[in-house]
Design a protein around this ligand. Structure first.
Ligand SMILES: [Zn+2]
Length: 434
């Protein structure tokens, strides 16, 4: 027997600015029930939503539409959020009064749907979150607004990744450099960790890069010291959340953010929600075996995707082909060499793109994301590499999925994880899908 909370029709069903959201369901359609293992709903339904709860749901849907598609006029906001036009002013007024959002001048260029009206958008420097991105040997911290403005940032080496107290001290030290005061007026703090995270429990399950955090209840330890709400998540998922809030994933229901370079990882957003699996142990697409009997991977398996589509592979191939600068070869250098007329460099660039496409096609076949957003090394290859990857992914995708292959390079790139840490806080605060 499993239980779940269900709000029929309650999800903002839009995917990009393609049309209006669904109508808000009648009270009778809104139910909180239980399902058995076969998905059948039991007859004992909880009471329908109270008017105040419907108000909360409407508010969340308006904020979700604003985050996904804003700036938007009142009329567009009501339409995209699927809430009655008559209620929109009542929802927006307290947000304006609290100075979280503001009303701008009509702007034909920024208003993406409908007639230009006075666009509503988050105020500059409002809705502040503390953001932390741990990256193996460094700790980055920032103060981020709901618009995605990075108002202050700091980076420092971790003093001892094997000692949880030292890591905690480093995080607190970094935050003290960016938060406005010892008792800052912030919504909360988000932390991205390179490892497996139990987001609901605030615990790091395992991290090979920062072994001191393994088994550590990081959210509670930080929360006690800061007197603030603290949320943690895996770095690849934070990266995806950064794209969902502020980047190429805005308004896109299902997309994948793929880290490339020294390793391969993926953060998946499916139907507007970051996919965390049963306990956070997801996203290790780099360790899907794709070469039977292939090279031994650092994980112990053979022929993982990582063994043929990461920088160690690019460098060993560059060495084998006698390319200059093989030991430090990356997508940027390889693309420049290929452009300069090196036939070997062009051939290796084609193979790099083809090998990356293997895992991307796997994602297409498995979840059919609307967009594949590349981070890390692939970005250095620019349009030359992006186009190659997209073509080869298309060639490897099932015929009826090919037209939907959309490979883009992240505009946020290095900042995506930090912004995603802020996105964790914003999503929780505004009661939005994460
Ligand atoms: Zn592996």
């Amino acid at each position: 027997m499993s239980s779940r909370h269900t709000i029929l029709g309650g999800s903002c069903g839009y995917d990009g600015a393609t049309g209006p959201g669904p109508d808000f369901p009648s009270e009778e359609a809104v139910e909180i029930g239980r399902t058995d293992g076969n998905g059948a709903r039991s007859r004992s339904l909880a009471p329908v939503l109270s008017p105040s709860r419907i108000g909360d749901v409407n508010r969340s849907r308006v904020l979700q539409a604003l985050c996904d598609l804003g700036p938007l006029s009142r009329a567009d906001l009501a339409r995209m959020a699927g809430v009655p036009r008559a209620t929109i002013s009542g929802i927006v007024r307290p947000l304006l009064e609290s100075k979280l959002i503001e009303e701008g001048q009509p702007d034909r260029h920024r208003n993406r749907v409908g007639k230009p009206g006075r666009p509503l958008w988050f105020r500059s420097k409002a809705g502040l979150s503390g953001a932390v991105a741990l990256r193996g040997d460094t700790c980055e911290t920032a103060l981020v607004s709901a618009r995605g403005e990075i108002l202050a940032d700091h980076a420092a080496d971790l003093s001892d990744p094997a000692d949880p107290k030292a890591v905690l001290r480093d995080i607190l030290g970094g935050l003290s450099r960016v938060l406005p005061s010892p008792r800052p007026d912030i919504l909360g703090i988000g932390v991205a960790v390179p490892g497996v995270c139990d987001t609901a429990g605030g615990r790091v399950i395992g991290s090979s890069q920062i072994p001191g955090l393994t088994g550590f209840r990081l959210a509670a330890a930080l929360g006690r010291r800061l007197g603030a709400s603290v949320l943690i998540d895996n770095d690849c998922r934070a990266q995806a959340l950064g794209e969902k809030w502020f980047g190429e994933g805005r308004g896109v229901g299902t997309f994948a953010a793929i880290q490339t370079g020294h390793g391969l990882g993926v953060g998946l957003v499916m139907n507007g929600q970051v996919f965390r699996g049963e306990d956070g142990r997801v996203g290790e697409i780099g360790h899907v075996p794709v070469v039977p009997g292939g090279a031994r991977c650092r994980c112990g398996l053979r022929g993982c995707w990582e063994t043929i589509a990461t920088l160690p592979w690019v460098r060993s191939e560059a060495r084998r082909r006698g390319l200059p600068g093989a030991a430090r070869m990356d997508a940027r250098a390889l693309t420049a060499l290929a452009r300069s007329g090196s036939r070997d460099a062009r051939a290796l660039l084609d193979r790099y793109a083809d090998h990356l496409a293997i895992g991307l096609a796997l994602l297409m076949q498995l979840v059919n994301p609307r967009r594949l957003i590349l981070h890390g090394d692939a970005g250095g290859g620019g349009e030359d590499l992006r186009r190659r990857i997209e073509e080869r992914t298309r060639a490897r995708a099932l015929p009826y999925l090919r037209a939907g292959v959309d490979v883009v390079l992240s505009r946020l790139d290095q900042q995506a994880t930090l912004l995603g840490s802020a996105g964790l806080v914003l999503s929780e605060t505004f009661n939005l899908a994460t």
